[in-house]
Design a protein around this ligand. Structure first.
Ligand code: SF4
Ligand code: SF4
Length: 319
């Protein structure tokens, strides 16, 4: 079957059957600059194409986190966790990835590799000795799905280290599947930059751990995707972990664990030590609730933030 027709069928399947808001496809080679072991062909040797699909975070889930952060309503964290960040979105993406793999294998005889995008975050993070991902950017997954979303034209790099979409800003959950099928590829979005950190400082200003520098500091990281280079803020993962995992009472909601880390810029050893004393929750699927912050995601003005959350009064934060 013609690759254009197959690509159209795949996109239609993901949007019509699985409720995705966006689908893009890039060649495996677009991710050749990823670290060894994290490239598509390291995982599926015959990989030719990377299919990426995204679903927006529910406005209602995001507004629950506003209530938690703006009004101190600790119980709202469970709403955000369930519907915004973890339980439902993760399973929705995992099931959609599974059904896409099943569809491609059955219909086109394709080789597939469904990628983990959430619940199975038990891989070793690359930069901390934590037993699993910590932080909002999903460090620790086998493949950087955010980079794949950028290569597939669904998003642009944000200073906050998220893939940022025109429609929803960084408030999108992405899933991904590798296949040996040759498909029709989307171009990266080379239009006007959605994120201009010279003018916008919302993520760096609101970050309670100073884990995201402002542009003027000159502290940036380079992402190489699809033969292009992008500058994003130098994200201090360990500092972010303190807020994201509620390692101090000031960040924790219902489950306060004490102040496990004093430093503003903790070392890997300090984070590992804190993890040994971190009370594991039996209330969560993965036992490490990680939804105590995400200010850099939920307050990013890109994606009609003002109309969706500001003008409606859902958030009282000025961005
Ligand atoms: S999740 Fe919070 S602590 Fe981490 S980078 Fe974003 S704003 Fe900073
Ligand atoms: S908050 Fe502003 S600087 Fe940060 S990622 Fe969004 S647009 Fe870019």
């Amino acid at each position: 079957m013609d690759k254009q027709i197959i690509t159209r069928k795949i996109k239609n399947f993901l949007i019509a059957e699985r409720g995705m808001d966006m689908v893009g496809v890039c060649p495996a080679s677009a991710l050749d600059a990823e670290p060894e072991g994290y490239r598509p062909t390291d995982i599926l040797f015959c990989c030719k194409s990377v299919i990426v699909f995204g679903r927006r975070l529910l406005n209602g889930a995001v507004q629950a986190q506003f209530r938690r952060l703006e009004d101190g309503m600790a119980f709202a964290e469970s709403i955000y966790s369930t519907y915004g960040l973890e339980l439902v979105p993760n399973w929705t993406m995992a099931l959609s990835t599974f059904y896409l793999a099943d569809y491609l294998e059955n219909t086109f005889g394709a080789a597939t590799q469904p990628m983990g995008c959430g619940p199975e975050q038990g891989t070793l993070p690359k930069n901390t000795p934590l037993p699993m991902f910590a932080g909002p950017n999903k460090d620790g997954l086998i493949m950087n799905i955010g980079h794949a979303a950028i290569a597939a034209g669904l998003a642009q790099p944000g200073w906050n280290n998220f893939p940022i979409t025109k429609q929803y800003g960084p408030r999108v959950q992405f899933g991904c599947l590798l296949t040996d099928l040759e498909l029709e590829y989307d171009e990266p979005d080379d239009g006007p930059r959605l994120c201009d950190p010279e003018k916008c400082h919302v993520c760096s200003d609101l970050c309670p751990m100073h884990a995201l520098p402002d542009k003027a500091s000159g502290e940036s990281s380079t992402w190489s995707i699809g033969g292009k280079e992008y500058q994003v803020g130098k994200h201090k993962v360990n500092a972010c972990t303190v807020a994201a995992l509620g390692m101090r009472n000031e960040f924790a909601g219902i489950r306060k664990r004490g102040d496990l880390v004093d430093s503003e810029d903790p070392t890997d050893e300090e984070i590992a030590d804190a993890m040994k004393r971190y009370e594991i929750s039996n209330c969560n699927l993965d036992h490490y609730p990680k939804c105590y912050c995400n200010r850099c995601q939920i307050y990013c003005p890109v994606g009609n933030w003002q109309a969706t959350f500001g003008d409606t009064g859902l958030s009282r934060q000025k961005v």
